[in-house]
Write a protein that binds this ligand. Sequence first.
Ligand code: DCT
Ligand code: MG
Length: 455
Amino acid sequence: MWLSLYEPLLLFLVSLEEKITTKEDVSAVDQSNTSFPEWACQRKAKLEHLNIKLTSAIEVLQEHAELRDGNQDYSRALAFRRASSVLKALQFPVQSVEQLRGLKDIGEHVKTVIADFLDHGSSSEVEEILKSHWFRKMKLFTSVFGVGPSTAKAWIDHGWENLEDAQKNGCPSNDWRIAWGLAFWKDLNTPVCRTEALTFSQIVQQEAESILPGVITTLVGGFRRGKQEGHDVDILLSHPKEGAETDLLPKLIAALGKRGLMLIGHKEKSSFRSDVLYQDFKISTRGQLDHFEKWLGICKFPKSFSKHENSTSKCEENQNNSHSKTNSDSNLKAYASLDDSLSELYEPKAKKAKPSETTSLDPNLISAAPRDWLARRVDLIIAPYSQYYYALVGWTGSKHFNRDARLYAQKKLGLKLTSHGLYDLQKRESLSAQSEEEVFAHLNLQYVDPSDRNC
Ligand code: DCT
Ligand code: MG
């Protein structure tokens, strides 16, 4: 009775409250959206942001478009990447698509996906992709070191279903990375954790210092942006005396080999010439990233690298967990957890080996022999000091931060930004930098801390 009398009043109050809240929300959001910076390199994007579920969903669409390839899908992938980068920098969790009004990089397609997600807790389009057998095979094959989308597609065209099929057919190409990538697939798909990366980086620092006193050794990539896990360890080396770095890499490789840390790798000579500063080269997963001297390979990380003194670290737990899959990216986690019954697809059967056979350079025999180390992907990059701070920005990433900053530099300022330098295309001169802050200043950007470059 009481309720029925007061019901209209209650309903009125509730609707009034809704109106007030909505109005406040929208005006707050409108304000933040109008001042929302256009470029990702002008924004702050932390690893732990407020829209992780949405960005994970959108990144599945992005990845699907990237794997499908073709120019059309490349621009689709780019559109998804830009949208997810915007969501990562928002200061509020998105609760309605209305809140996205005025944001340039959020297109209609993305809005539909977000609306679907907000209404149902999932997106039907994303679910379809995650279920697709083709997508799952592409993900599996491209998770092998050295396998890009075109090789993965060729494997699918051969009718191969799993990694064992690839192994059965012998090393499908002469690429050493694929042979070792297949043999050590499981190790290389167990995330490298921060403790391991720091331990290895300290050893590299010690060895490099004894070869070249005063050397600068920096752990770059995702770990410099604050990630707790990564798929590899990227280390950038330089020396304040220009030219002093010339012989460092072969000596460093030999020293690390002496410590029993090297498994297999490839040294690339520097291919830098001054025209590289204004040349157009695309950053792509397949193309050449830069022209630095570097070693790209696989190292042996003793299992003790991931140990904390008095306790079992999260890192060790991950490594002991046989289902642990590569990559901390949440969309991959979503993917990996889809169907663990498929896990035998992921694990190629290793050949049995006797310990005495481990001296052979057959990656399968080495992988199957008893061992107290894990295979880890490592990149060692050598930068001359005159290019060091640009290399530091480039190798810190994220990939999207680099893409965006380079496009911004060219479109807004007429400057060509690479990991080698910043080149004024009109004045035809390069702008030197003595610090990362100076790189940002040349770009007319406020300094962005590495932990805020996770866009
Ligand atoms: N990079 C880039 N473009 C690419 C690949 C890499 O600009 N196509 C830059 C940005 C990051 C840095 O090089 C290291 O590359 P990755 O190791 O691939 O990336 P990451 O951010 O370190 O990721 P992860 O934590 O998985 O290693
Ligand atoms: Mg990395």
